[in-house]
Design a protein around this ligand. Sequence first.
Ligand code: SF4
Length: 423
Amino acid sequence: MPPPPATGCRSAPVLKERGQHEVFCGLTGIVWLHRKMQDAFFLVVGSRTCAHLLQSAAGVMIFAEPRFGTAILEEQDLAGLADAQEELDREVARLLARRPDIRQLFLVGSCPSEVIKLDLAKAAQRLSARHAPHVRVLNYSGSGIETTFTQGEDACLAAMVPQLPEKSARELLLVGALPDVVEDQALRLLSDLGIGPVRCLPARRAEDMPLVGPDTVFALTQPFLGDTHAALERRGARHIPAPFPFGEEGTTEWLAALAREFDVPAGRFEQVTAAPRARARRAVAAAAETLAGRSVFFFPDSQLEIPLARFLTRECGMEAIEIGTPYLHKALMGPDLDLIAPGPNLSEGQDVDRQLDRLRAARPDLTVCGLGLANPLEAEGLATKWAIELVFTPVHLYEQVGDLAQLFARPLRRRDLLKLEAA
Ligand code: SF4
C-alpha cells in the first residue's frame, strides 16, 4: 500500500450539481433496520407504491411474521375526506394487540403522507403516551423527495437519539446498523484492545438501547449518518473522527483512532491487529490482480462512495476518475479524503445527464451506480456494480475485506470472460 499522500483531497474543489437524480428512497433502509432491531416494527404510512417498493426490496417473508408493513393512504385520505390520524390510531391499536412482541414502533413517513401534511410526530407522541411503557413509538421520514436510500437509516437513528436516557459515564458508542456477525467482530476487537464499555446504536433489542451524555464518545461505522452525528453532538457526545472501517487500512485507522482515545498501548494494538491485518491483505491481493490499473467512476448513491474510492485506489491499485456522492460532509469524510491522492473529480449532488456525458467521455472500466442506470450502461458495454449491494452485503472490518474487493472484481472478471469468448 502506498504511503498516505502529502496532500489529500480534503481541500480539493468539488463540483456541486443540482438537477435530476436517480436514487431509491429512504424506505429501503427498513430492509436492514428491521433485521437489526429484533423487537421493532416499521409501519410505513404511505401508498401502494411504497408497499410495493418494500415488498420487492425485502422479498416476501413467507415463514416469519414480518416486522414491517404499510398503512395505506387511500384516495379519501389523500383528498382530506377522512381523518387519517384516527385511522392510524386504529391501525396501530390493531397491530399492537396482535403483536405483543413489538417494543418499538416506527411510524415512517412517505411522499404521500408528506404531501397531505400528516403530522406523524404528533401521532407518535400521542401513541407513545397511549401504549407506554410497553411500546415506544417514534417517527421519521423515509420519503423519496430529495433524499437518497441510506438516509432512511440516518433519519431513523437520529429520531432515536433524543429519546436515549441521559448518563454521564465514559462509554464508547458504535453508531450504525451493522449485520450482527460484523458487529460481534467489532466488539471482539475492541474488547481485545481493552476498550470499553461499548454500546451500539441501534441496539438489537429495546432494553439494550444505549445511554448518552457528555462523557459519551462515539464512532460512526457508516458514512451516511450526518443527522445522527448532529443529534448525538446536541446531546453532548463527542465524535471520534476516523476513516471508515472499509478495507485493511480503513479498519486499522478506525481502530487506531479509538485506541488513541482510550490510551491503548502500541504493543497491544499491534498484537491484536497483526493477524487479522495480514489475513485482510492476503484477501485483497487475490482481487487486486483483477482490479489493479483499472479505472472506476462513482455515481452518487449509497454515500459510501468516498471511503470505497479510498479503498479501491489505495489498496486495490485502481484509478478513480470521478467520485460522486449525494452529500459531502467534511466532518465525516475528511479523514478518508485525506488519504485519497489528488486527481479524481469530486462531485456532490447530481445532474444525471451531465454526469452521464462525463462518464461516456471517460469510459471507465467500472461504474458504480444505482440499479436504474446499471442496465442501460451495461447495454452500452460498460461494466457496472450496483451501489445498493454494498449496503446489503457485510463489507466492514478485516474479515470482510476480501468480499468487499471481490464485489468490484466480479463484474470486471465477467466482462473479461465475455471478451475472451467473443474473440
Ligand atoms: Fe415512492 Fe415516495 Fe413511497 Fe418512496 S416514499 S416508495 S419514493 S412514493
